[in-house]
Ligand binder design. Structure first.
Ligand SMILES: Nc1ncnc2c1ncn2[C@@H]1O[C@H](COP(=O)(O)OP(=O)(O)OP(=O)(O)O)[C@@H](O)[C@H]1O
Length: 486
């Protein structure tokens, strides 16, 4: 198709000629505050590799490094009907997966938006009732005549949950703005099962899965060269396969059917990287977000790079310029004063504005935020969006580089999912550039680089199905799916 519409204006300081000097000087400060140099990236990814190792040690570290009890690579031959649910940070997805047994699968999916108040409801059963209701609607619709035997379900729960076995998961702590009492420290599988049983839905929960592990396994089911599954969504996280003998914290806890040479998929939960603030270059907005968050001091890496926070960073930077009297004089700031009023679609859409006068941005800010901007102000706001998005991509890949360094991988593909990866303008290009900065590759097409980031959209449903299939097979064969005595 020939693209006849307006082209997105490139980022260029030249177009800022009509921006007042004082404002330009402030923008310059912002450029420095959001910049992450190649040297910094190298330092961060090296520290990342060390911290990943620490998380696997007996003493533990800041990064949870959760063994997922997926102890095989998928063969591609797994087959059958499976249900998968995926509770991310923003949506609940319910999927019926038909694994073809020949590296192919078919899926039918429904998406249910999680009501905003559900994130902080005081009654945990409301969350699980919402999931069970959605499941019931889906199963009734897909199987109007009922089913012969319970449908195996893989529950993708994208929060840090420690797992002593594959069909349980104790929530370690809420992330991504969730804060529901009496769930942390508890196994979430019985909570879901209770609501399923109340409604007599014919479902057997066989595996609890993290979305990163699901993305990793789904991609391996179709592409044998996948080294990692990574999410750039509401949160940031990655999963990869390690080897049991290199996981000291499992020493002495495994049955002989999971030997030292066995692989083990690890859900890193690396959003908590550098909670000690040793290497991440935090600026004043990052510090403010952290201090005003329900959990100060936690999820340092996530707070600087994930979708939950990018719009908020933009809001804080705009407010800062306004408080200095540099932009939005005499505008009604009521909406903009509301924390988290802008999600990441704001910087994303603003950066994507194809018009030289940033007409789309004008419309977004007027109709949704109630502020009228001048062209100069919009140019500055757009540049801030670029700074925030670029930093997110550059920092975001340090988790990938850390895993490759830790495992000694020189090449491979990384299956990526999440709206920030899929929809944020230039994110993929900036991410590839950052990996090049870290590994010192020759400049070329991103697809020719040794580490290739591939889109694994909606792969985690298939991953949950493949993992459920692997778990079912092990359970049927009487093999262990967790620590001894779990
Ligand atoms: N157009 C857009 N461009 C970039 N990011 C967006 C866009 N629209 C929404 N987002 C951001 O994407 C995030 C949601 O990501 P995603 O759709 O991958 O959800 P999720 O599955 O709930 O995330 P996670 O897997 O991390 O829990 C939100 O934080 C939102 O701010």
């Amino acid at each position: 198709m020939v693209h006849l519409g307006p082209k997105k204006p490139p980022a260029r300081k030249g177009s800022m000629v009509d921006v007042p000097q004082e404002l330009l000087a402030e923008l310059n400060t912002l450029e420095q505050q959001f910049a992450v140099s190649g040297e910094q990236l190298i330092k961060i990814s090296e520290h990342f590799a060390e911290e990943l190792g620490k998380g696997l040690s007996k003493e533990g570290g800041n990064i949870p490094m959760i063994p997922s009890w997926v102890v095989e690579y998928p063969t591609g031959k797994e087959s059958g009907d499976f249900l998968a649910i995926d509770l991310g940070g923003t949506n609940l997805r319910v999927v019926l997966i038909k694994l073809g047994g020949d590296r192919t699968f078919d899926s039918t999916q429904s998406k249910y938006k999680l009501p905003e108040e559900m994130r902080t409801t005081q009654k945990p059963e409301e969350l699980f009732a919402f999931i069970a209701e959605s499941l019931k609607n889906f199963v009734d619709e897909q199987f109007p005549k009922g089913v012969d035997k319970p449908l195996p379900l893989g529950f993708t729960f994208s929060f840090p949950a420690s797992q002593k076995k594959i069909n349980s998961g104790v929530l370690q702590r809420w992330t991504k703005g969730f804060d529901i009492p009496n769930v942390e420290g508890h196994d979430v599988v019985p909570m879901l099962k209770a609501e399923i049983e109340k409604r007599n839905i014919p479902i057997d929960v066989v595996a609890l899965i993290n979305d990163t592990t699901g993305t990793l396994v789904a991609s391996l089911y179709t592409d044998g060269d996948t080294k990692m599954g990574v999410i750039f969504g509401t949160g940031v996280n990655g999963a990869y396969y390690d080897v049991v003998k290199d996981i000291p914290k499992l020493e002495g806890k495994l049955a002989s059917d999971i030997p030292g040479e066995s692989v083990m998929a690890i859900n890193c939960e690396y959003g908590s990287f550098d909670n000690e603030h040793v290497v991440l270059p935090r600026n004043k907005y990052d510090i403010q977000i952290d201090e005003e968050s329900p959990r100060p001091g936690q999820q340092a890496f996530e707070k600087m790079s994930s979708g939950y926070y990018l719009g908020e960073l933009l809001r804080l930077a705009i407010l800062d310029l306004h408080s200095k009297g540099l932009i939005l004089k005499d505008q009604d700031m009521t909406k903009l004063n509301k924390p988290f009023i802008m999600d990441t679609s704001y910087p994303s859409r603003i950066e994507d504005d194809p018009f030289e006068n940033l007409e789309d941005t004008d419309e977004i800010l007027q109709s949704e935020i109630g502020i009228k901007t001048t062209v100069q102000e919009r140019k500055v706001i757009r540049r801030i969006c670029e700074l925030i998005g670029t930093r997110s991509a550059r920092l975001g890949v340090c988790g990938i580089a850390g895993v490759f360094k830790k495992r000694g991988y020189k090449s491979g593909s990384v299956a990526c999912d999440g709206s920030v990866f899929n929809r944020y303008p230039d994110f993929k290009e900036q991410a590839a550039q950052a990996l090049r900065d870290i590994f010192g590759w020759e400049k070329g097409e991103a697809s020719s680089y040794p580490i290739v980031l591939t889109a694994a959209e909606d792969g985690s449903g298939a991953g949950a199905a493949v993992i459920a299939a692997l778990a079912q097979k092990r359970l049927a064969a009487g093999l262990s799916v967790g620590v001894v005595d779990a």
